[in-house]
Design a binder for this molecule. Sequence first.
Ligand code: NAD
Ligand code: MG
Length: 399
Amino acid sequence: MISRLTVLGATGSIGQSTLDVVRRHPQRYRVFALSAATRVERMLADVLEFTPQFAVMTDPQSALALMERLPEDCPTQVLAGADALPMIASHADVDMVMAAIVGAAGLLPTLAAAEAGKRVLLANKESLVMAGPLFMDAIRRGGAALLPIDSEHNAIFQSLPAGYDGDARRFGVERILLTASGGPFRGRTHEQLHGITPAQAVAHPNWSMGQKISVDSATLMNKGLELIEACFLFHCTPDDVQVVVHPQSVIHSMVQYCDGSVIAQLGQPDMRTPIAYGMAWPERIDAGVKPLNLFDIARLDFTPPDEATFPCLRLARDAFIAGGTMPAVLNAANEIAVDAFLREQIPFTAIPTLIESVMAAHEARPLTSLQTVLDADSWARTQAAGRLGEFPMNTEKQV
Ligand code: NAD
Ligand code: MG
């Protein structure tokens, strides 16, 4: 039977890898809808190749430009604006939704897919960080299947026993070992982070990814967001998760059991592996990824993370422990900080300081509704934006 797929964030790094897997299995998958913000050329090429029922451009000018470029006989309906996203994520004709919008903008459509009981392929970790308990509740209520696409969480999912429900004692699960590459600045001191440019920060040693997650990897906020993501997905606390820096990015994460066993998932650093796994689960399909050659790798290294130089991991742990609205505040302040860094408005080392100052000004409130999350998100954005001036660029010397 053919599965019909909506790809949210189709023009991005994960979106394009997803379409590559679809392209390899035309008998198995059909694209129902694609969404993007502004990349008209990329969207045009994908619409012509996959002829989805809907193409949503959240930027209205881009939607107009796409409409003008499409041939008259193209069956795809172009829609403009973010309001159309929940519709393509929850439509009755959709079986699975790839949630690959970056940042908080992914929350509402991903929730809509969960509530509608779709198979949710979750790349957009920010939506789970912001609204974890509400999100997991929506998955339960909707009867949705939640498949983690983040490579670490996909590896943990593969390494946990089938049917794992968070009852660690019954399943003999001792702890989760969440691996981290350490990013491009692994091994540097705080002083050596002065004067880092956006181009340096987005040049990840192992993975090719969108700009925002690349900066998150360089600050280790990505690992912080992933720690929170793991706690919600696998029903555990930060004490149950050990972050392990593993610079080769060959082991994608592990689970340690009470009998001394450690089960790991290994593979190339290529997101098509977890994407194909999520799409085909519980079966497996070709992902177009070349086989791992252990003789080429030869060695695997492991060290603890340097939380003094990279405080974002600690901030994320603190946010999860504070609970309620605090993870949403962490996430929103991080989005503003990363954006300001990419625009060269604040230095790299200001990112954690700015986030910490916004968190310190926030009193966590219980997550009673989606509105509580959205209010905390917009409060934190205003706070973070208002503090950007406290971190001028010229206080830093170039290294
Ligand atoms: P990207 O920047 O390459 O692509 C983002 C996509 O989202 C694009 O299609 C863009 O058009 C769309 N988009 C951006 N802003 C939007 C907005 N305001 N409204 C609607 N659409 C918007 O990002 P990416 O690297 O593909 O990452 C996507 C998500 O997957 C992120 O949450 C990231 O953390 C997660 N993720 C990515 C990787 C990876 O290898 N790239 C790995 C694990 C998890
Ligand atoms: Mg990851």
